[in-house]
Design a protein around this ligand. Sequence first.
Ligand SMILES: [Zn+2]
Length: 251
Amino acid sequence: MDIRRILGLPELLDVKKVACVQPHPDDNEVGAAGTLYELAKRGCEIVYITVTDGSGCGSTGEVEPEAIAAIRRAERLAAGDILGVTKHIALDYPDMGSYTEEELLAKLIPIIREEKPDLLMTVDPWMPYEAHPDHIKTGKAVASAMLFSSNEILFPGSKPHDVPQIAFYATSHPNTFIDVSAHWETKIASILAHKSQFDNVNWPLVKGYFDYQGVQLYSKLKQDPDAKGYAEAFKLLTSHQLHFFPSALYS
Ligand SMILES: [Zn+2]
């Protein structure tokens, strides 16, 4: 049963407004830059919601969290400019802070209701072996926010908005593959805009991993082990599949 087809939902590349909620300032680029660039070219509004300030990671030459956060903010804006991001919202929790999933959920609901996206995008919190608390808390809070943005009994105070679809990147159970071969250099450029994270001696190894992953996903998209190109992968689900829906794993 293809629930997305029954509901008449658009394909991922045909949505008009996407809200991309990332735990750290560089996650959207690593997970979805090629797809986001294609969406921007198609006229889709792209709103970035960045949960933490990224102050706990990277080689900035700074030691004070505020100074590191300022550098990472500038890098986030530069990466967004490369991709055509239309709006940035920063929640500025400390990197690896003690904020809770419930707090984040309560913050996200009014933002989602205000922005009214027709697609949410975030990290997959159920990726096996994902150990980073910011990723787990963010992915779960976004999924819950999708369920409850339309519920004004539990979350009063702003006009409900029903988000019909969610796309998880960095997922181990993708069901949607996007050909981003034409945008691979743009994706890499947007990742490298995060100089404090990637402009270092490990970059050739890291880029080699990104390239390998892109080629592997393209092979899956084309169902051809020798196919030459790059793809990104998502777990695309409807709001109905986020509660009491065991077969969502296999959709
Ligand atoms: Zn991250």
